[in-house]
Design a protein around this ligand. Structure first.
Ligand code: NAP
Ligand code: 12T
Length: 344
């Protein structure tokens, strides 16, 4: 038996990754509804060798939908996902709109799949930077509880959407053609080509960015550790796809780098790439289009008796967004926890 699936934001970067991931994983689909803004209505997108017409998202377009994958920004999620849930769909939402809502599970299937059972129609997909970090840290935490996390991210422009990807390309083109550096940044407050911006999304009153604060709060919620101390610095770098993270943890007891490597080698969703002698470590360029969270540069933190340092990379559009959401949908289907309204 297949399911009736809708994708809201189907024309976006995450939306097109949804189409690829659903196809590659052979998700059981009976019918597929592609939704976006009125600007895209009538556009045709290919899925499983067939063209599908994009429709405008409206409150009443979710009738008969079992699973609605939302990826069109927080405003659209707030506007339409309650209607989708009321119509009997399970909403899997990629925006930050509902992530910290106590009634909405926030799920990384490798870490807290059981939280899915408590959903009331909406399940939130975490922030990309948080997802890859908890996939790498949770297996260590289960063996030797983490006392504190310090993370710095190196985030790709595709996290911002297709306009930012175009902007990086244009700024690089401009420089290659001998431009004198006068570009008018739009996606970010400063040029992103040949730069590194210690700013992702927006600033809060506490001088952290919203992205940094999501990493703090979402990590605690997913790992069920409400008091976990987390300090994040999020940096945008001129990379198209693939977020990198320098992660430092303080554990309850010392752990050798070798033991950490062994734990991670057996961890679901993790691939260890760690051989300094042959220049082997995770790289965004090679993570693009793949599903794993890659971990390398695993070292004992020589400045702390029970510290570890590591470098974590994943495709932010796949494990960071579309893949994680489809994995949630796979659990929903397998555990038969479809909408409380429309369980079939
Ligand atoms: P994008 O490439 O800019 O695409 C935006 C999508 O939203 C397009 O399909 C667009 O449709 C659609 N949209 C815009 N206004 C709409 C409206 N009024 N009604 C319906 N659809 C509308 O952005 P993206 O990279 O795919 O990201 C989209 C969203 O996904 C983000 O805003 C964020 O909430 C979420 N996201 C989450 C993560 C994560 O960490 N889990 C990562 C990346 C993105 P048109 O083509 O018709 O304009
Ligand atoms: N600002 O899903 O710009 O909360 O890289 C994901 C990615 C927000 C999110 C980004 C962002 C999210 C970004």
């Amino acid at each position: 038996m297949g399911f009736r699936v809708a994708i809201v934001g189907a024309t976006g970067l995450v939306g097109s990754e949804f189409l690829r991931v659903l196809e590659q994983r052979a998700f059981p689909i009976d019918s597929l509804k592609l939704l976006a803004s009125d600007r895209s209505a009538g556009k045709r997108l290919c899925f499983m060798g067939e063209e599908h017409e994009v429709e405008e998202t409206t409150e009443d377009c979710f009738d008969g939908i079992d699973i609605a994958l939302f990826s069109a920004g927080g405003d659209i999620s707030r506007r339409f996902s309650p209607a989708a849930a009321r119509a009997g769909a399970v909403v899997i939402d990629n925006s930050s709109a509902f992530r910290m809502d106590p009634q909405v599970p926030l799920v990384v299937p490798e870490v807290n799949p059981d939280d899915i059972r408590d959903h009331r129609g909406i399940i939130a997909n975490p922030n990309c930077s948080t997802i890859q970090m908890v996939v790498a840290l949770n297996p260590i935490h289960q063996v030797n509880p983490i006392q504190r996390i310090v993370v710095s991210t190196y985030q790709a422009v595709s996290g911002t959407g297709s306009a930012a990807v175009d902007e990086l390309r244009e700024q690089i083109d401009h420089a290659v053609k001998g431009g004198n550096g006068e570009v008018t940044p739009q996606a970010y407050p400063h040029p992103i080509a040949f730069n590194a911006l210690p700013f992702v999304e927006s600033f809060l009153d506490n001088d952290y960015t919203t992205e940094e604060w999501k990493m703090v709060q979402e990590t605690r919620k997913i790992m069920h550790e409400q008091d976990m101390p987390v300090c994040a610095t999020c940096v945008r770098v001129p990379v198209y796809v693939g977020h990198g993270e320098s992660v430092n943890v303080e554990l309850s007891r010392p752990m050798s780098a070798r033991e950490a490597r062994e734990i991670l080698a057996d961890a679901p969703g993790v691939a260890v790439q760690d051989d300094p002698g042959s220049q082997r470590y995770p790289l965004p360029l090679y993570a693009e289009g793949t599903d794993d969270v890659f971990v390398g540069r695993i070292r004992e933190d020589l400045s702390h008796p029970s510290g570890l340092a590591m470098w974590v990379v994943a495709d932010n559009l796949r494990k960071g967004a579309a893949l994680n959401a489809v994995q949630i949908a796979e659990v929903v289907v397998k555990e038969e926890v479809l909408s409380p309204i429309a369980r079939r």
